[in-house]
Design a protein around this ligand. Structure first.
Ligand code: SF4
Ligand code: SF4
Length: 299
């Protein structure tokens, strides 16, 4: 009624311990990303493959891609050293669902090694519909899907191609398929009671005016939170795949888009665009304190 969408008390309670979903939790609970997923099933023009996936990410090389066994050993070690650890997520450096065996082996191992930890995952959504039941069964309760557009002609300016069923698709055909798969996957997730956050990369001149429509749809699909992240395209972060010369949005533009999106969906404004191997409280990255060489190996 005030022109700003808010969480219901029930939703707020469900997310109270997730530092990314709850503003108050982000000072009290820590999260860890496990970089077990190197491959991707599509190409985003803003991707700079040195980064962790922009689904959840910020430029900066992931220190090491872990095997599932290494990831589980690392998680045990960090959980013992960091009592505030509440959430473990898989966010890259590619797309977790383009690495099905590695991702599910990790999730299943985490579920039995650390039964009290919340599990989360982020994805571009292309491979989502078929794995929703599996995600629910292993106990993943938060999923982030990056939705940058609803219209195929906008999406085609962001995604040049993708791989689906062994075939490479391009242009409008690829864009339309991705958007349909994202919607189907998100609807299935919310129907299974999994909390969904939508990430959108704000790209000036491409999807900036379109993101409030993404927020409206996301609400209709049952998502809980929208996280508008500014494009990062400065050359010092490495060459982005296909957006050379594309400027980043100003802080003011980001604030305006978030305010417009906030009419229909609660907005996350405290995302730090963490690396795919980030560890610690939000705003803090202790990944360098836990190098693989320091982790006792189980396999
Ligand atoms: Fe890069 Fe996009 Fe794939 Fe993420 S989903 S790894 S940003 S191409
Ligand atoms: Fe949370 Fe954003 Fe970091 Fe993901 S990238 S862990 S949503 S703060």
């Amino acid at each position: 009624a005030s022109g700003k969408a808010e969480l219901t008390p029930l939703q707020a309670d469900k997310i109270a311990q997730h530092p990314c979903y709850s503003r108050s939790a982000h000072h009290r609970y820590a999260r860890m990303h496990l970089a077990v997923a190197p491959a991707c099933n599509l190409q985003c023009h803003y991707c700079n493959r040195k980064y962790d996936c922009s689904n959840e990410s910020r430029p900066g090389v992931v220190s090491e891609v872990l095997s599932p066994a290494q990831a589980i050993a690392k998680a045990r070690h960090v959980a013992a050293a960091l009592p505030q650890l509440a959430v473990i997520g898989i966010a890259g450096p590619g797309d977790p669902l383009a690495n099905i065996a590695r991702t599910f082996n990790t999730l299943e191992g985490l579920r039995s090694a650390l039964p009290d930890i919340k599990l989360c995952l982020s994805t571009n959504g292309l491979a989502l519909p078929e794995v929703v039941d599996r995600l629910a069964d292993v106990g993943v309760d938060h999923v982030t899907v990056t939705v940058n557009a609803l219209d195929a002609d906008i999406a085609a300016q962001i995604y040049p191609w993708l791989w689906f069923d062994g075939e490479r698709l391009e242009g409008l055909e690829a864009a339309a398929l991705l958007l349909a798969r994202q919607e189907e996957g998100i609807r299935k997730l919310t129907a299974r009671g999994i909390m969904v956050k939508i990430n959108s990369v704000l790209i000036p001149g491409i999807n900036d005016r379109h993101l409030p429509a993404v927020s409206e749809k996301a609400r209709e699909w049952g998502a809980m939170l929208h996280n508008v992240m500014p494009l990062i395209s400065r050359p010092e972060h490495g060459t982005v795949f296909g957006l050379q010369g594309q400027r980043e949005p100003s802080a003011r533009e980001v604030a305006e888009v978030r305010a417009n999106c906030g009419m229909s969906m609660p907005q996350m404004a405290h995302c730090h665009q963490c690396r795919a191997d980030a560890i610690g409280m939000l705003g803090e990255d202790r990944s360098q304190s836990f190098p693989l060489s320091a982790i006792p190996q189980t396999a």
